[in-house]
Every structure is written in structure tokens, then in C-alpha cells.
Unconditional design. Structure first.
Length: 66
């Protein structure tokens, strides 16, 4: 999925959906960090992508809260 499409998809979601996506992304980040610590993670750039997605979700949540 392209970045622009992902941003539009986030903007179209409700606050409850965004909150659940945020929880899921944080769980994924935890699992990736755990795999990285135990040297099981092959694609380390995925950590960076998930962190940026978390920031994007939090930004949309803040915009909707205004």
C-alpha cells in the first residue's frame, strides 16, 4: 500500500478504529524489538516503519480530537 493511500485510510477511520490500530501497532513494535534482541529479526527496517506508522496514527488522533 502506498503512503498516500495509507494516510487517507487513517483519516477515514473513526477514533475507536484508530485507537485499536495504535494498540496493534505498539504490540507489533514490541514483538519486533523482542525478535531483534534475540537475533531472530531479519528485516530490521520494519522497526522504523512501524514507529513511523505509530506516529502517523497518533497525529491523526490528535487532529480528530481538536
Amino acid at each position: 500500500m502506498k503512503l498516500k493511500e495509507y494516510k487517507e485510510e487513517l483519516k477515514a477511520k473513526s477514533l475507536e478504529d484508530l485507537q485499536s490500530d495504535l494498540v496493534a501497532a505498539k504490540k507489533e513494535l514490541f514483538n519486533l524489538r523482542f525478535q531483534n534482541a534475540t537475533n531472530q529479526l531479519e528485516n530490521t527496517s520494519r522497526i522504523k516503519d512501524v514507529r513511523k506508522n505509530i506516529a502517523r496514527i497518533q497525529t491523526v488522533i490528535a487532529q480528530k480530537a481538536e
